[in-house]
Design a protein around this ligand. Structure first.
Ligand code: ZN
Length: 75
């Protein structure tokens, strides 16, 4: 898969943890597969991952647990 920004390196697959918002409620998806460009950092969701996110946001997937962590924000 090629980076749409025209970089010469092929995009790599990575597993990431991401927070999405279902309305005002944050939900965390762990080990979500994304394609990342090693040169410019451009990230894209494979179709399968996009479906997972959609299922989570539509409450079609059951959570496996809950996640809480300290929250930081730049001053
Ligand atoms: Zn790129």
């Amino acid at each position: 898969m090629e980076c749409p920004h025209g970089c010469s390196s092929p995009m790599e697959t990575a597993l990431v943890t991401r927070i999405f918002y279902r309305g005002a409620e944050p939900v965390v998806i762990r080990d979500l597969k994304v394609h990342v460009c090693p040169e410019c950092g451009y990230e894209t969701l494979p179709l399968k991952s996009a479906c997972i996110v959609e299922n989570v946001l539509n409450e079609r997937l059951e959570p496996i647990g809950s996640f809480s962590a300290p929250l930081f924000q730049p001053a």
